[in-house]
Every structure is written in C-alpha cells, then in structure tokens.
Design a protein around this ligand. Structure first.
Ligand code: CP
Length: 300
C-alpha cells in the first residue's frame, strides 16, 4: 500500500513504496497503449517552468490514457512574468486540478509546493535537486531489461548537477547495488549523496569499469546549470560512448540515458543490442500512469 500524498524525492520513499509502484506499473503495462478509464473527470495540472519533452508529454499522455484531462502552463505564458510567486500559483491551481506535476529551475521548489498544497504535488525535476519519477521509470527499466538485485551499475557524466543521477543513486542504494560513479573532474556527485551509499567507488574514466557492469547509465553535461560558461567548455567533450568503448563489455550490458542526449552517446550505439534509452523513455508511460492512479485513487 502506498500512503504518501506527494512525490518530491526518492529519499521520502521506502523500498516497499518503490516496489509497490513498480508492481503497479507492471499491471498498468497492458493499458499503456490501450488505455483504461480510471481517472475520468479528473484533471492533472502540468506546471513546467523549465523546458521538457519526456516528462511533460509522458505525464500528459499517461493522464489521457487514464481517461483524465490536463492543463498546461509554462513560465512564458503564465502570470509568473507579471511577478506572481510560485506559492500563489500553487494555491490557485489547486482549485483547478486534482494533482500537479511541477518542474522548476529552483532546487526545493517542489518541496515548498508540497508544504502548502492541498492536492498531490509530483516533482517533475527541481533544479539540480531531484527527479523522482525519472528514477521510478529508470528502476522499472532496470527490472524489466536487467535485474535489480545484486546489480553492478556505473553512472557516467555530470553527476554534480544531474538530478536524475542524484535520485537514482539514492534509489539504487535501497536495492544494495554496487555503484561506480564516473565523472569528469569537477563534476563528481555531491559528497552528501556519496556518503549515503553503501557500495560505491569513484572513478574518472569509464574504461576502468565498463567491463564489470550490468548497466551503464549515461547522462549529459547540464550546460544550463553552469555559473561559468568557460567551465562548461572545459568539460563539454570529456566523454563519449562509442562502439570502441563497448568492446568486451558484458554480454547483457544495457545502456540507459534519461535523455535528452547531446553527443555523449554516438548514434551508431543506438543499433547495438545494449541500447535501451528509447525503450526507457517509453516506460515513462506505464510508470506515470501507475503513479497517477495511485495518487488520485483510480485503482485498476
Ligand atoms: N528525462 C527528462 O526529464 O527529460 P525531459 O527534460 O525532456 O523531461
């Protein structure tokens, strides 16, 4: 049973909560294309104050597959431009919808919203903070395409600013994964997160670990979060996954990426048996359908 009202951070969830959502997503899978009308007359508000393709569209699609409808707002079209605060926006939108997905550039925005909202707040990404629904679909992908127990995984890329990597590291720790953190110098995962992980090692070159993992989780450099553009240029091309890097990897290695990709994975890797990133993006539908049904009491 899942009893939380909001989904803000993986740190708020227990392993039982996560397993409940993943099992529910599996039951939702047959309806990911066909739909199931368990949230008719319910409305989901999509408040996206930062760009998004996958999170916004997959929540929109998931809600519609459940028979509900959506309201969308971006910062360019909202009264935020006139100076309205996020708190006032939340207090207004809670009267128009039954749940809110919030993406915001400021770390902690979803937490603040959850503290004042009468309706469920789902964090769709807050600055360099958390992205819990990405993590739930990442875990679902790992469970379907590889295995969650005794997993050897490497997280590669911008682990300093990458919120998907932060949320995933917390969650993998619940499943006792062996985690290698592979980041260019200056982009390592924050120490306060590393210190919570039970089995972790820090490396700078993916060649050191790629032959020893079941999952390689690649992330892009988060250009928009760098205070100094010259610092971005220094690291922009510091890693790239090519066919050469994949020589002699484990037969069942899967490669994941939350997307968008810039050029950290060469396009020819898409054709290999290891690539799972587009399937991973699709799994956002059953997972987000499950989460919406759970939070809005639309059981299947
Ligand atoms: N993975 C992810 O959050 O993608 P978007 O930024 O396109 O939503």
């Amino acid at each position: 049973m899942f009893k939380k009202k909001h989904v803000v951070s993986m740190r708020d969830l227990t392993r039982d909560d996560v397993e409940f959502i993943l099992d529910y997503a599996e039951r939702m899978m047959p309806y990911a294309k066909a739909g199931v009308r368990v949230l008719e007359n319910r409305i989901l508000a999509l408040l996206f104050f930062e760009p998004s393709t996958r999170t916004q569209l997959s929540f929109d699609s998931a809600m519609k597959r459940l028979g509900g409808s959506t309201l969308s707002l971006t910062s360019e079209e909202s009264s935020v431009l006139k100076g309205e605060t996020l708190a006032d926006t939340i207090k207004v939108v809670e009267g128009y919808a039954d749940a809110i997905v919030l993406r915001h550039p400021k770390e902690g925005a979803a937490r603040m919203a959850s503290e004042i909202s009468r309706i469920p707040i789902i964090n769709g990404g807050d600055g360099a903070g958390h992205h819990p629904t990405q993590t739930l679909l990442d875990l679902y992908t790992i469970k379907k395409e590889s295995h969650l127990d005794n997993l050897d995984i490497a997280l590669l890329g911008d682990l300093k600013y990458g919120r998907t990597a932060h949320s995933l590291a917390y969650a993998l720790n619940m499943f006792n994964a062996n985690i290698a953190l592979v980041a260019p110098e200056g982009l390592q995962m924050p120490k306060h997160i590393v210190d919570t992980l039970n089995s972790v090692r820090l490396v700078e070159d993916v060649d050191e670990v790629i032959r020893d993992v079941d999952v390689l989780y690649v992330t892009r450099i988060q250009k928009e979060r760098f205070p100094d553009p010259t610092e971005y240029l220094r690291v922009a091309k510091s890693y790239r996954l090519t066919l050469r890097v994949l020589e002699r990897v484990r037969e069942n290695l899967i490669i994941m990426h939350p997307l968008p990709r810039v050029d950290e994975i060469a396009p020819e890797v898409d054709q290999t048996k290891h690539a799972r990133y587009f399937k991973q993006a699709f799994y956002g539908i059953p997972v987000r359908m499950a989460l919406l049904a759970i939070l809005m009491n639309g059981s299947i």
